[in-house]
Design a protein around this ligand. Structure first.
Ligand SMILES: [Zn+2]
Ligand SMILES: [Zn+2]
Length: 530
C-alpha cells in the first residue's frame, strides 16, 4: 500500500483538541490515573496478590511532581461525573476516522482536526544487534512496502556512534546479541543496492571492516516529510533468572540499559519506570511496550495486571519463537489480554492496548521459521506523521493492530461499536466482539508445578473473562452495548491464509482496542487534564 493511495484522509467532529503537541506539559499530564492502588472503592481481587516490590528511588506519579490521581482536583471529580455521559459520545468520535465533519456555526468552537491512518512497525532488528541485514536494507524494505513509520529497536543499543563489523567470507556464529561481522556477499549486495560510495570501509590488522550507518544518516537518506519517518527505539533486553523480559522503548532520547530486578514483574516495572523517568526528564513523548510475553514463557498475565505506567503489549509478534497462541499449559496472548484488561479495569487501572509487530531479524530468506518483515503492524490514526503525534495517538488508543486485515472505520457511539472492514474480493471476515461482564467472577487458581508449588504460569481464571458476546459476518459489524460490559474489543478474523505466517496455519487478523465506559473514562480524564 503506497502512501498516495493508502492514506484515508478523514475528519472527525471531536471538539476537544486532539493530535496534541509535543510540549513538555503533555508528558507531565499523562498517566494521572496510574497510581490507584489505594483508590477507595476498588474491589479486592480474589486469589491474586500484588507482587512485593520495593519502589525506592523509582518514579511514581508523585515523584514526577504530579498531582496524585485526580485527588487534587476535587471539583474536577464532580465535573467528571456530571459531564461524563455527555462527553462519552463526543469523546467516542475520536475513534471514528471516516466521518464527515459536523461543522458548527459556533465560531468559538475549535476547527475539527483531520486524521490520517499511518502504517508502522515498532519492533525491528538489524546488524546493530542480532538482525541479519544492515539497517539500510531494513529501512529500504519498509519504505518500499508502504510503511509510513519504522522503529529500529536493536537490543540494548541505539544506532549511534561508530560501530565497525569485520568483513568475513564465511558466516560465523553471532556472539550474544550483537553481530560482529558482515559477509562479503552482503557487502557486495549493499554496494550494488546503494552505490559503492555508500559503503564505508577501513582496514584493521589485515581485515576489512565496514561501518554501520547511524540513525541520523538513515534519516537523512530515507525520510520523506509526511510520507516516511524513522522513530528512535530500543529493545531493552533484560531477564529474571531464565525468563526473558524484553521491553521496547519508542521515541526515547538516550540509551536505557537493562535495569534488572528480583522478579519478572520487577524487572519489567524497573525498565518501564526508566522509560517514564526519561520522558519526564526530557519532556519528550515516548512510551514503553511489553514484548512477546510468551517468549521463553517469560511474562505472566499477573505481571501485566500490576504493572504501572505501561499501556501496551504485543498481542501479536511475528517472530516464530514467541508462542502467540500459548500451549496446553500457557494461555495465548488473546486470552492474556482479556485477563489483564478485566483485572486492571476492576482495579481502576488504565487498560493495556494490544499491538502487532514484526520483531524482524531475517531479511534474506522468507519462510515459516524465520523472523521476516511485513507480518504484523499497527495502523495509527493521527493528524500528521511526526514521532510525537504517533506516540500520543497510540497512547490514546487511536490505532489497531493487524496481520493483514485493514479497517475503513472504527466508530463508537453512545450505544454501539461499529467496525467497517476494507474487504478484499473473495475473502470472508468474521468479527468477534469480545469482552467481560462488569460483575465477572474474578477468582483464579495457580497452576502447580511437579512439586505442587505455584508455577511461573498465568493462573487459571473463570470463563466469565473474555467471552465472545457477538460474532458476525456483517460489514460493518455492529455491537450494541447492553450496559453491563466492563469492556468490549473486536477481533476481525479473515479466512485468508497469512502470506508469510509466523506459524503454519495462521490467517490474517485485526484487533481493535478495548472500549466501553470503564475504558472511556480514562480518555475523558486525560482530555480534561489537558
Ligand atoms: Zn525480544
Ligand atoms: Zn526483538
Amino acid at each position: 500500500m503506497h502512501l498516495e493511495s493508502g492514506l484515508l484522509a478523514a475528519q472527525s467532529a471531536f471538539p476537544l483538541r486532539v493530535g496534541g503537541s509535543s510540549s513538555p506539559e503533555t508528558i507531565d499530564k499523562k498517566d494521572l490515573t496510574q497510581n490507584t492502588d489505594s483508590s477507595p472503592g476498588v474491589a479486592p481481587l480474589h486469589g491474586i496478590k500484588k507482587p512485593r516490590y520495593a519502589r525506592a528511588g523509582l518514579p511514581s506519579s508523585e515523584a514526577k511532581g504530579l498531582p496524585s490521581g485526580f485527588q487534587k482536583f476535587g471539583i474536577m471529580r464532580i465535573l467528571h461525573t456530571l459531564i461524563f455521559l455527555t462527553t462519552l459520545s463526543i469523546a467516542a468520535a475520536i475513534l471514528s476516522c471516516n466521518e464527515p465533519v459536523q461543522r458548527s456555526d459556533n465560531q468559538s468552537e475549535p476547527p475539527a482536526a483531520t486524521f490520517f491512518w499511518f502504517k508502522g512497525n515498532l519492533h525491528t532488528h538489524t546488524l546493530w544487534s542480532d538482525g541479519d541485514a544492515a539497517p539500510e536494507v531494513s529501512v529500504d524494505w519498509y519504505r518500499r512496502n508502504g510503511y509510513h513509520f519504522l522503529t529500529l529497536s536493536d537490543h540494548n543499543i541505539l544506532l549511534q556512534g561508530e560501530r565497525w563489523l569485520r568483513v568475513s567470507k564465511i558466516e560465523t556464529p553471532m556472539k550474544d546479541l550483537g553481530a560482529t561481522f558482515i559477509t562479503s556477499e552482503k557487502l557486495d549486495a549493499l554496494s550494488a543496492q546503494f552505490g559503492a560510495d555508500w559503503v564505508v570501509l577501513r582496514e584493521n590488522d589485515g581485515d576489512f571492516e565496514m561501518r554501520l550507518k547511524t540513525l541520523p544518516e538513515l534519516k537523512a537518506h530515507f525520510e520523506v516529510p509526511g510520507k516516511f519517518i524513522l522513530i528512535r527505539g530500543e529493545e531493552i533486553t533484560d531477564r529474571y533468572k531464565t525468563f526473558p523480559v524484553h521491553v521496547n522503548a519508542t521515541n526515547l532520547n538516550t540509551l536505557i540499559m537493562p535495569q534488572g530486578g528480583n522478579s519478572t514483574y520487577e524487572v519489567m516495572q524497573n525498565n518501564i519506570d526508566a522509560v517514564q523517568k526519561q520522558a519526564v526528564e526530557t519532556g519528550r513523548s515516548m512510551f514503553a511496550h511489553v514484548n512477546h510475553p510468551n517468549f521463553g514463557w517469560g511474562i505472566v498475565a499477573e505481571d501485566l495486571i500490576w504493572l504501572q505506567g505501561d499501556r501496551f503489549f504485543e498481542v501479536y509478534n511475528g517472530h516464530p519463537g514467541v508462542k502467540n497462541w500459548g500451549d496446553d499449559a500457557h494461555p495465548g496472548t488473546d486470552r492474556m489480554w482479556d485477563i489483564v484488561l478485566s483485572m486492571r479495569l476492576k482495579l481502576n487501572r488504565h487498560p493495556v492496548f494490544g499491538i502487532a509487530v514484526d520483531d524482524t531479524h531475517h531479511y534474506h530468506e522468507q519462510r515459516v521459521g524465520k523472523a521476516n518483515a511485513g507480518r504484523g503492524w499497527v495502523m495509527v490514526k493521527a493528524t500528521a506523521l511526526e514521532p510525537e503525534l504517533i506516540v500520543e495517538a497510540m497512547e490514546r488508543g487511536d490505532f489497531y493492530a493487524t496481520t493483514g486485515v485493514l479497517l475503513k472505520n472504527i466508530k463508537m457511539t453512545s450505544d454501539a461499536l461499529h467496525i467497517e472492514i476494507q474487504t478484499v474480493s473473495g475473502v470472508t471476515y468474521r468479527t468477534q466482539f469480545i469482552g467481560t461482564p462488569r460483575n465477572f467472577d474474578d477468582s483464579s487458581q495457580p497452576v502447580l508445578n511437579k512439586s505442587g508449588n505455584p508455577a511461573h504460569i498465568t493462573r487459571t481464571y473463570s470463563d466469565d473473562i473474555g467471552q465472545i458476546f457477538l460474532e458476525t459476518t456483517d460489514n460493518p459489524a455492529i455491537y450494541r452495548f447492553k450496559g453491563d460490559e466492563l469492556y468490549i474489543r473486536a477481533k476481525i478474523i479473515s479466512d485468508r491464509a497469512h502470506p508469510n505466517p509466523f506459524a503454519k496455519g495462521d490467517v490474517e487478523v485485526a484487533w481493535t482496542q478495548p472500549v466501553g465506559k470503564s475504558v472511556q473514562k480514562f480518555k475523558v480524564q486525560e482530555e480534561l487534564a489537558k
